[in-house]
Design a protein around this ligand. Structure first.
Ligand code: GLN
Length: 493
């Protein structure tokens, strides 16, 4: 990766703090890289060169005056377009929000800004974060920088692609059922979904409020840790944010995993995985063992139902959350509607894409009188069972390991007409959301086509420290480095 972006968030912030680099130089490098790759990758919905340069110049002036500039000083970042930033458009990749400008800033974004990070643009996503391929965006798909014929994963596909393509060392995504981790896996970068409540959701457009978390995506575990330290912590504006201060994650991150117990879930059917993924999965477990971890088999029988439970609960919550987009209060209103009912009907019919409509209808159906107990009630009961089983597993182990996704990046269009196949790419990621546990996706190797594959680790609630230590040990042992040669070679495919 070209200097200075190759320094990563930690390196850039140190260089800017010492005066070795000006924030403006860094931001210009990020914008130049974005201009170079965007015609091929389309990671961004909008770039904001003027705003980014203005913030960078202001930061450089503050440094010259000797004022504090923050732990992410001068670090260019990309923000998923479902995070509010005052005065900026917020589309969620949907037509229905065309013309909407956010009147306030999300807490996580506000904290990034006060740490000195500089947003260079807003990244593409599946419409309202519903999807696993970044193809359901009204703006069209993002492409995987490793292979332009493939998807970057979703829904935070733009954020993962922007990091993988070397435009920014750090991006924010959101994860309701895997949307930070699965695109991180497909793009060969690190993505962390924190414990439910670790990061305030204030200013994150709600999809399924009991599952949603904001999460950082970066090229290394250290940068993910730094980002999480900067944005986590209690927030009076979100009562589901835990009453905890910011975690200390970088101290001890290099301490390794000797003596830690890592559980492998007996009921997860890894035998049916494609051979390359299976080989990388076994190699990752061998590496963990070589690093001194003890690999233990644990039983979590309800894990087999997790994907069904997720798609009932997530759709039910989505159908309620998306009721507010009615053509009256937010964004686009259908023209020519006669009467209020028509405004609602026409605005929603024209504004939402097919996947969002499918989810609203499924969720509304599952919540309707007569079906509520059979679907929502049953899903909640199974969810409690899954939580209890996972809690029991964590009495025996410190971490759980699974592949992050059941395959590497698939081809554009491959699953677009088959929602069930698309939903199944979340089979390993949804349990962490259902149980509120922290989970990380860390690159574990390449398949024979040169595409990245990833390992997922889960930990006990609020043990992001343990999670990052283990992921970091694996990252170092794998010798993973996001390599520009790879990206550029694949980008010409
Ligand atoms: N891919 C999953 C879905 O479509 C998860 C989305 C997410 O985490 N936002 O619901």
């Amino acid at each position: 990766m070209a200097e200075p972006l190759g320094l990563g968030a930690e390196g850039i912030a140190a260089a800017v703090a010492s005066g070795a680099l000006a924030a403006v130089e860094v931001v210009n490098a990020a914008l130049a890289r974005a201009a170079e790759i965007e015609p091929r990758v389309s990671a961004f919905l909008r770039l904001d060169p003027d705003g980014a340069r203005r913030r960078a110049e202001e930061l450089d002036r503050r440094r010259q005056r000797g004022e504090p500039i923050g732990r992410l000083a001068g670090v260019p970042v990309a923000l998923k377009d479902n995070l509010a930033l005052e005065g900026d458009a917020l589309t969620c990749g949907s037509r229905i929000l065309a013309g909407y400008v956010s009147p306030f800033t999300a807490t996580a974004v506000e904290r990034l800004l006060s740490a000195g990070a500089i947003p260079i643009g807003r990244t593409n996503l599946d419409e309202f974060a519903m999807g696993s391929s970044c193809e359901s965006s009204a703006a069209g798909p993002t492409r995987n920088p490793w292979d332009l014929g493939r998807v970057p994963g979703g829904s935070s596909g733009g954020s993962a692609a922007a990091v993988a393509a070397g435009c920014v060392p750090l991006a924010l995504g959101s994860d309701t059922g895997g949307s930070v981790r699965q695109p991180a896996a497909f793009c060969g970068v690190v993505g962390l979904k924190p414990t439910y409540g670790r990061i305030s959701r204030y200013g994150l457009v709600a999809f399924a409020s009991s599952l949603d978390q904001i999460g950082p995506i970066a090229a290394s575990c250290r940068d993910v840790a730094l980002a999480l330290e900067s944005i986590a912590g209690a927030d009076p504006r979100d009562s589901t944010a835990a009453a905890l201060g910011p975690p200390d994650l970088l101290t001890g991150i290099e301490d390794g995993i000797a003596g830690r117990r890592v559980g492998v879930i007996a009921e997860i059917g890894t035998a049916g995985l494609e051979p390359d993924l299976l080989a990388v999965w076994h190699a990752a477990l061998d590496r963990l063992a070589a690093l001194g971890a003890e690999i233990v088999e644990v039983s979590v029988p309800s894990i087999a139902a997790a994907i069904d439970v997720y798609y009932v609960i997530a759709n039910c919550e989505a159908s309620a959350n998306l009721a507010r987009f009615d053509g009256v209060r937010y964004g686009r209103r259908a023209s020519g509607a006669r009467g209020l009912a028509d405004v609602y009907f026409d605005s929603r019919s024209e504004g939402f894409g097919p996947e969002v409509k499918r989810r609203i209808m499924l969720g509304t159906f599952a919540l309707s009188a007569g079906y509520y107990d059979a679907y929502y009630g049953r899903a909640r009961a199974l969810l409690e069972q899954l939580r209890a089983e996972l809690a029991r597993a964590f009495e025996r182990v410190d971490l759980l390991a699974t592949p992050t996704a059941p395959s590497g990046a698939f081809a554009l269009g491959e699953k677009l007409d088959d929602p069930l196949a698309m939903y199944l790419s979340d089979v390993f990621t949804v349990p962490a959301n259902l149980a509120g546990l922290p989970a990380i996706a860390v690159p574990a190797g390449l398949d024979r086509r040169g595409l990245p594959l990833s390992l997922q680790l889960l930990a006990r609630p609020f043990d992001e420290g343990g999670l990052l230590r283990a992921a970091r040990a694996l990252e170092v042992a794998t010798g993973w480095r996001l390599s520009p040669e790879l990206r550029d070679a694949s980008a010409t495919v």
